[in-house]
Design a protein. Sequence first.
Lengths: 443, 443, 484, 484
Amino acid sequence: MRYLPHTPEDIASMLEVVGAGDVDELFRTVPQDCRRSGELNLPDPLTEWELNDHMASLVRGMGVSPEYKIFMGAGSYDHYIPESVSYLLGRSELTTAYTPYQPEMSQGTLQAIYEYQTLVSRLLGMETANASLYDGGSALAEALLMAVRITGRKTVALSSLIHPLYRRVVETYFQPTDYVLVELPYTGSGTTDTTKLNELDDLAVVAVQSPNFFGCIENMERVGQEAHARGALFVAAFSEPLAYGLFKSPGTQGADIVCGEGQSLGIPRTFGGPGLGILASKMQYVRHVPGRLVGQTKDRDGKRGFVLTLATREQHIRREKATSNICTNNSLCALTAAMYMASLGGTGIRELARLNRDKCEYLKKQLASAGNRIVFETPTFNEFVMEPPQGFDEVYQRLLAKKIVAGLPLKPYYPELAGCYLLCATETTSKADMDLLVKEIAS
Amino acid sequence: MRYLPHTPEDIASMLEVVGAGDVDELFRTVPQDCRRSGELNLPDPLTEWELNDHMASLVRGMGVSPEYKIFMGAGSYDHYIPESVSYLLGRSELTTAYTPYQPEMSQGTLQAIYEYQTLVSRLLGMETANASLYDGGSALAEALLMAVRITGRKTVALSSLIHPLYRRVVETYFQPTDYVLVELPYTGSGTTDTTKLNELDDLAVVAVQSPNFFGCIENMERVGQEAHARGALFVAAFSEPLAYGLFKSPGTQGADIVCGEGQSLGIPRTFGGPGLGILASKMQYVRHVPGRLVGQTKDRDGKRGFVLTLATREQHIRREKATSNICTNNSLCALTAAMYMASLGGTGIRELARLNRDKCEYLKKQLASAGNRIVFETPTFNEFVMEPPQGFDEVYQRLLAKKIVAGLPLKPYYPELAGCYLLCATETTSKADMDLLVKEIAS
Amino acid sequence: MREFPGATGLILNEPLLWEKGKKGRCGMSLPRRDVEPAPLDEALVGEGPDFPDLSEIDVVRHYTRLSQWNFGVDSGMYPLGSCTMKYNPKINDKQARLQGLAGAHPLLPPELSQGALRLMFELERLLAEITGMDAISLQPAAGAQGEFAGMLIIYRYLHSQGSRRTKIIVPDTAHGTNPASAALCGFRAMHVKSNDEGILSPSAIAEIMDEDTAGIMVTNPNTLGLFEEHIREIAEIVHAKGGLVYCDGANMNAGMGVFDVGRMGVDVLHLNLHKTFSTPHGGGGPGAGPICVKSHLERFLPVPRIVEANGGYVLSEDYPESVGKLHSFYGNYGVLVRAYSYILSMGAELKNVSRLAVLNANYVKERLKGTFHLAYDRPCMHECVFSDKLQHDYKVTTLDIVKRLIDYGFHPPTVYFPLVVNGAIMIEPTETECKEDLDLFIDALIAIAKEAEEDPELLKEAPTRCKVRRLDETSAARRPCLTG
Amino acid sequence: MREFPGATGLILNEPLLWEKGKKGRCGMSLPRRDVEPAPLDEALVGEGPDFPDLSEIDVVRHYTRLSQWNFGVDSGMYPLGSCTMKYNPKINDKQARLQGLAGAHPLLPPELSQGALRLMFELERLLAEITGMDAISLQPAAGAQGEFAGMLIIYRYLHSQGSRRTKIIVPDTAHGTNPASAALCGFRAMHVKSNDEGILSPSAIAEIMDEDTAGIMVTNPNTLGLFEEHIREIAEIVHAKGGLVYCDGANMNAGMGVFDVGRMGVDVLHLNLHKTFSTPHGGGGPGAGPICVKSHLERFLPVPRIVEANGGYVLSEDYPESVGKLHSFYGNYGVLVRAYSYILSMGAELKNVSRLAVLNANYVKERLKGTFHLAYDRPCMHECVFSDKLQHDYKVTTLDIVKRLIDYGFHPPTVYFPLVVNGAIMIEPTETECKEDLDLFIDALIAIAKEAEEDPELLKEAPTRCKVRRLDETSAARRPCLTG
Ligand SMILES: Cc1ncc(COP(=O)(O)O)c(C=O)c1O
Ligand SMILES: Cc1ncc(COP(=O)(O)O)c(C=O)c1O
């Protein structure tokens, strides 16, 4: 087997050194009743070539672009990824290393993550960011736990327009705690209704997503003020950070902690993971931040270098008192996002964000004039909710057969919006495809 | 444009240093009548994404595996290429460097090519090999010119079973010379008929390919003896070096110079190029060898290192007296072949060569029992000539429609073999596909 | 003998991204605009991030240079204990790049995602066979999240039994994520010492296991690389008091084809696919930490679950007692693809993987004991733990020893963990290292031990070959500079 | 100011392939055998090659380590004069990997290879537009083979005129391949000096051009980076005597969108796609050297030629006067794909490519003149040529200077070429280098010039940062060791 270098002679001479008659002897500390009775019952090993064939047949029939036209975002966005970035991710000194515990031989990872922390902080308008968390859902959960720790209060107010699946993760993280999760309803214009805040006491944090799940831009500044007025923290969440290339960043709107999903920053969708859990914070809260942090320092000769720092927050030092249990994070995805942001640059991200928005507005306009109702009038980024005329379900199925996925049906997530669909257009969505969709829906 | 870093400010400040008002001024030494009248009339630049679409549509309809079953070799062979090799070829310190003129910062290329020279020499049973030539055709031409230089004689005897296209290249290289090219006919058993040698005088070299174009194993030892008996050199050519994993190598059969095409050593077909021109020689002729040579040496501290050597043979030193005009060669393909040979190893290449041969024998047997004539009884490696029953042309066309390419029609190359086909099977040809071919031909 | 890999050569300085570039450059091809600019409420518009503008070559050179300051498994031996830094086959990465998977939207209708779902379904079955457990969720994004999921399952199970418990037993050899995950689930970690053989003694467990204790988190093989021989008896003690047994299976590379975790009395187990199943560690992740349970706990597994339905596969939320969702979607799918592709490439050869991993560890242990103090001189599993005890006389510490190892061209082992061994040096060679490379590594450590006696300064000054020398971590933490 | 890139860091020693491995290992997945072993005449069977047996990780580490001893365009600035070491866009490599091309057999029936043929057809048209020539063959595998093809075309043309000529004019600035290619075609190279402005004077040509001279090989811009201003007059002189003008177009990066080679009076031109059109140099190749002719020579171009036929493309051999075949198939197709993809990405922007290449060269020239002796102080094209004249007083040579440049982290320029300049230092920055990097490079050379005065030993000892120091080339040639 090409992955196992041992020849019979190697094994023999090694056993001699070890003083064992055969390899089984090395397992003598494993009691019989802890062992499996039979041999592994697994399929015959595939050669590299059989594996390729197997995988090729496995993915046949998957509904992916370019074969399929997919107008669905909802937390997983289709953006172009430069070949230069894909190429650089093949640099195996970076991909086959682990957490940079030995900084002297990990400066590549460390500088890259330090740069990631910086770029992400700049994108979100925050003072600092960690080295990554798993995904948008766990990032939100960690951000809320962090807010509760900071304020010492128990009530957590969550906008109902935060990605429904992120909120599901939050529920999971909070179930063994005695903190109270309160959901804030939404208004007819598609933004969070905060009036309920008045009824809440011991309020630790108010969390809102912008652009929210309906693609609408929230008035983060107002939400932030309301939170702060109640001595609570303002946590801003996101699923589409590209929006901040154009729209105001959470940091400039008073967010104390910003968290979300970074998949759209150059990371392929890959059926939902790995994505990138982003968590950024005001510097004053840095010692409450979960996960790894890379910091700049000097070596013995005064030369600039980078290390993992503030480790006393972390499980391997603090154990049960750590700010989080996270150890392995999504470092390579953070690196990808950094490469992507570096490739785009400030000028590029502005233009790209603008293009995303304009494409989406075009689709919105065309669908509207084709007789579909645009449900919320609040400005959106690259997603919006539409209500097609009655009996669209069949149309939706018919379009699937034509290899068009006409957005995400909202019913499972917002029963009151049965018959409404969340549509998405990015820079990868051509005018031609949008016109096709509009035509097909109409016909 | 992402490949052009200059900002308007850069250009302005650089022009200032240069003391030119604008960039056009820098072209003032170019007379008007040497300039084009209008602007470049080229298609609008494509974005990376438009380019991908364009190329995808361009290759649509190309007849390639796995969609097509291609039983054609004839100098271009389908072998599995390990993903590890493809990955390593992405190491851009190797791919974006040029000829290692500065050895201290090119040791990677140099050691790799030194290893290539060694592995190729071992495969061919020769004492030394150069750093690569363009392809099999030019390698043969260079080998013959080298033989003529060494012997100072004028007559070159070429087996008619050397790849016809290689011989075409030889004709091109020899046309401006007064050397005489003589073709040796072939026998009914599919090997070279050397009786004609007796009629030749001033014989410089006898060149034979084994396995020859019909896939037959030549009796190289005998040919070598006949050449040497006449004071001529014996040049052994090849198009499928994998054969030497199983069959006797040219070096062990008395070849003075060995040349051929290395495409089958891990290099994709890519419509015929880049391939790998291999040239190996006895050490005594090394100063007549064309092209680059890498040699081992020591640095000032006595440390082992590698350099380009014996450069006095080459055009950049010797100019018109050089052993060849070659400068840029096919270095990266040599590197690929080295990676491939290293991955296979001695044990692996033996097994793989054996499998190629067995697959081909199976196909041969099946086709024979299905009523197709196997034209030559001489043992073959992974190719052979078959003559199907009358009227096969339509069958051949019908099979194309079924995405099967039933070998290469020999008529264009050997008119006397009209109606005969050269078929090939390698390790990538599954029994199922071979059975399918046999069935389809029969039906 | 072959020379040690460590050498110095030309590498290239590279500034920080924002120390490069010029406004107006762009390193990415921006798509052609085929729609009109839409009106935009200026009040919503922000500044846009202050990113440097770089051309494509700037970006390519930046990361090419950075990569050369790094050391990965592809660079050389990386015997980081407890992390199973084995070779990551390139072919597995290729499978994860298949557009049919890389391009797949997680919320596609099931009829458009059968292949992706089938892979998950089959991977669950394969892992069940390998572990001896009954049901599996692939959702946890890493080991720690797997632990948390496991704690939640235990928490939910106890609730379903109408019992609320506040404590959980965590041995002193446990990885830091264990107590942290327990705490995240509201359990107080009750620490229990391992015995002088480095494993848990049933009596110690019996002593503290009570009706207020949810159960035990045991790592097996434990972080000393030793098999918890009394695991079954311990499980009985815990079960007898109504608790459950959680097994941290991060070290499963020791026992594939040998262990039956189910038979050990374990109720919940997590695996680290990025360790045992060869997925690249990515400089710190992503990983995957599937959670495996016995059938009586299946109903608590995270949702959605992949189920077979009339010849196909669907995602089902229909598990009312489930602990819920841990990941926005289904976990780190790209990592699952690589593990699946690895398992299909190995088949029953996985048993040899573990056998050779254990052989390599024992070989290193035998050859180095005497040179370094062996914490527990017993047959080890996939890793062995030494300490700097014998070097104390020369005022040389574990840190000095491993920093010197860098100069020899090897990645250091895990150090100062597990905590039960002072100055621990935890070596996990993995099965993909050949004997020659092991010998080279061992000889390097022997040479370093000699240097420690004869010229300790060599160790104190190490590493000297890297781009930077030892870094000042103290001031980094005192005055944190986390962004530029 | 930014620090110079040159630094030292950890790299890894790596033995030769056969100093590693153990019989029985294999680094490649061998296909499953689905047929019986066939009988085999043992008399034919050989030993099989004595290759080392390595596992996959051995091979991966071997080449990963070797790659780190190398310097490429992706590592940093590589101003190798006459080689146009510009950035090689990754997207072009991706196109060449498309299975529809990479998997294509060259002898497929035309109906199965339309895409591959169309690419060649279109690339010919694109190159014709860029050069101003009429007809093109993409077959030559590199520049030198393009030159040879050009010589053959001239040879054949003269034959068709019933004239046999034995000589050809080759300026002293010509690249070594020029006379070598001429010789391969049986022409005796008649050397002609360039004038004190570094270019050819018509009078010099008129003097030696005669009826026994086949024509002239002129490189334009020439290897001094200067435009041959009298090219047209020279062409007239040559044509008047019945000769033809061959232009070595390796330096076309200077004039895209500006030059019209056709109008210059050139009959035959070769291009280097691996230079002007950004294909990776691969450590020495593969390249591609398409040959471009005016219509009166089209009939002599190599066969097969790609022709349009009823809406599709076919390969035609039907050119009785063709010089024949130069390549087994159609040339280095994979290189053609990259150049095609580059041209489609640039379009008319190619003019800017040349404008900026020329701007960069002139900027370097201006900033360095004075520090180093500028061979010809005139406006240069894509490159400029200095010498070590000013450093002679300090006993410092061009070799010393550029070896020191390595320590600063740059690849040296081309040295000791062209031969007309003693101790030539030939700098071609290319357009893909930004001003900041040019400044860094220039400052390094200025610093080195200062070192030459103050501490020449620094230069004599250089390079000190690489894995090896200066290598003994003399003994390498005296006792050649070419295989291990
Ligand atoms: C024994 C043990 N348990 C748990 C973990 C945590 O796994 P992860 O880092 O994937 O969260 C690790 C890995 O660091 C470990 O070694
Ligand atoms: C001016 C000039 N002519 C010809 C050549 C030869 O081209 P190639 O190396 O592709 O054969 C070169 C490149 O080395 C060159 O610089």
